[in-house]
Design a protein around this ligand. Sequence first.
Ligand SMILES: [Zn+2]
Length: 332
Amino acid sequence: MIDKGSDHSKGSLGRQARPSSPHWIRVLGLILAAMGFAAASGWAAPPPAPDNAGLGSFSKLIWAYLEELCSMGPRNPGSPGYAKMVGRILHIGREQADEVLQYPFTVHGSQGEPVTLADIEFRFAGTEGGQPILIGAHYDTRPFADEEKQEDRRNTPIIGANDGGSGTALLLGLAHYLKDHRFKRPVHLVFFDGEDYGLLHSGQMLLGSAHYASLAAGWEGDQRPRAVIVVDMVADRDLEIFKENYSLESAPWLVDLLHAAAKKGGFSQFKDNSKYSLYDDHYPFFRSGIPAVVLIDFDYPYWHTQEDTLDKCSPESLFAVFSVLVEALKDI
Ligand SMILES: [Zn+2]
């Protein structure tokens, strides 16, 4: 992903804690139960469910997926970690999704040799049908660390816990959720390949999303995506998601809807002001006339370095974005 410039405005660092579960009610219930009161009194009844009740287990699942992805090592195309990850994604897709599709395409490697990349799509039918919503993330990690300060560390592939790992883990968690929770429209989860393949300004970036968008541009009727939501770099411990400028140009209604969902859930990681114009996987869709937005925290000092590792990420950040997506999908 390429930064097209920013206003460098900085929002509040304040984060809202979620309310802790009222253990005392359960403890009181147990005491009363032991005294023979519980059945009649109703004291042990659970407290009213908050809006995001039941989503908590997905936080653990998404984090476990991120840990697993990082344990595979760098996952750039052609690497052993990449092969392992592709096998794992396909396996999870076959277990959770209604349908799994692959969109292979060929690019030229650094020596001009042909390299096959592939987008992977999990499809989940909707209760009412219509045009699908695409939720996309790139699953490849960067084959080098061009933002490294230390020159001798620049030619080594990165782990990409946040850049590559976070969006992939989030989509895998969503796959489990969507298996049992359907929305009106179909939801398609798309794992884009080759987002981080080449050097900046080499034209070898956003390869998978550009390939997919070129296909989707020719699709009509209910085949054509209603909108695309890209998630990238969403696990930063200090997560701050500003409104991105191309997203505001492409689909202001969808940006508003996502931020309204964040407000409703109390996720203060989502900021009201705009920041950055980014060439990320939403951009080829925007250029193809398909409404597209990106959710990203680009203020990440470890971007494209060897330091983009699990310890810079948090389950709470991933959970915030997961919850916002699930809430927003109800209204699209
Ligand atoms: Zn990147």
